[in-house]
Design a protein around this ligand. Structure first.
Ligand SMILES: [Fe+2]
Length: 312
């Protein structure tokens, strides 16, 4: 069966990249091996731990009632509020006992094929630095708070944990078709900015939403953004915004539904049919959409970030 990933690929060692695959030309720092894993986790000073604690406290004011229950349960299971930046060895031990995942420290940017390879082996690559007081409110690069607080709790959910592994395996297939951009959009609209329908309303499970204070409220409650039921073909053809709130969020019924939609389908045919660039604008609503809320787009029409527009 043609699927998202290629079951015959052996991910025990880093597979070779075929020559006709286009990836970002990143230069590996000399002290790292081919896995790009930092030999030791960064040493955090007491001020760094204080920044973690303050970020944690700020999120806990806005997350209850807005974050997916699986995320809140994950925070508890891993006791991420015990104080200070978590030590990856201990965190990995606890996470491994739950779902077989570990967390490894990496530099800010690693190549796509290495990232996918880690996910395929149930290793989550996490930033090896924390933001400063100056960049407390917004930082574009994923730091340890975004990566560990935002992503790791969801890895305690068994179905989501399997989805992440399959996503990593899928990366290798997408590369062969040079359609990483499309697979990147799927990651963006699920792992980073996904919403979930729960019995008492729409909740956030995406790390990009959950690791900052503004987007948690915007994504779940504001009138501006579109909220559309996830259709994988559609999301993979949709452009997205990197440094501002999203004009559109995609909603899933359950993690089982997300897993089924992505893992049990013919991705060879999809990749062959996808254009090299995106087909739909990030604010578009199209005929096939199952729309939960059609947004006013007021925030983005007023200029978005930088214009002081209210995130309403
Ligand atoms: Fe992220």
């Amino acid at each position: 069966m043609a699927t998202l990933s290629e079951p015959e690929t052996d991910f025990a060692r880093l597979p070779d990249l075929p020559e006709d695959v286009f990836t970002a030309p990143l230069k590996k720092p000399d002290h790292l091996g081919e896995d790009w894993i930092e030999p030791v986790q960064a040493h955090y000073r007491s001020e760094d731990h204080a920044i973690w604690n303050d970020l944690f406290a700020r999120q806990m004011k806005v997350l209850p009632g807005r974050a997916a229950s699986a995320f809140m349960a994950g925070l508890e299971k891993l006791d991420l509020g015990r104080g200070g930046v978590p030590e990856f060895g201990k965190l990995s031990e606890e996470l491994n006992a739950l779902t077989g995942w570990t967390v490894v420290p990496v530099p800010m940017l690693i190549p796509d094929h290495v990232f996918f390879w880690h996910l395929a082996n149930r290793r989550f690559p996490a930033g090896n630095f924390i933001r400063t007081r100056e960049t407390f409110d917004y930082i574009q690069e994923p730091d340890v708070f975004h990566d560990v607080f935002g992503h790791v709790p969801m890895l305690t959910d068994p179905v989501f944990a399997d989805y992440m592994q399959e996503y990593g395996r899928a990366g290798w297939k997408a590369m062969r078709y040079n359609r990483l951009k499309a697979l990147g959009a799927l990651y963006w609209y699920t792992v980073e900015f996904g919403l979930l329908e729960e019995t008492d309303g729409i909740k956030a499970y995406g790390a990009g939403i959950l690791s900052g204070p503004t987007e948690v409220v915007f994504a779940t409650e504001a009138k501006s953004p579109n909220r559309i039921m996830l259709n994988v073909d559609r999301a993979m053809r949709t452009d997205y915004v990197i440094s501002d709130l999203q004009p559109t969020y995609f909603v899933i019924e359950s993690f089982e539904d997300l897993y089924r939609q992505t893992v049990e389908r013919d991705f060879d045919r999809l990749y062959r049919s996808l254009a090299a660039s995106f087909t739909y604008a990030n604010s578009a609503v199209i005929d096939v959409d199952n729309v939960v809320n059609r947004g006013s787009q007021e925030y983005h029409l007023r200029g978005g970030r930088g214009s002081n527009a209210e995130p309403i």
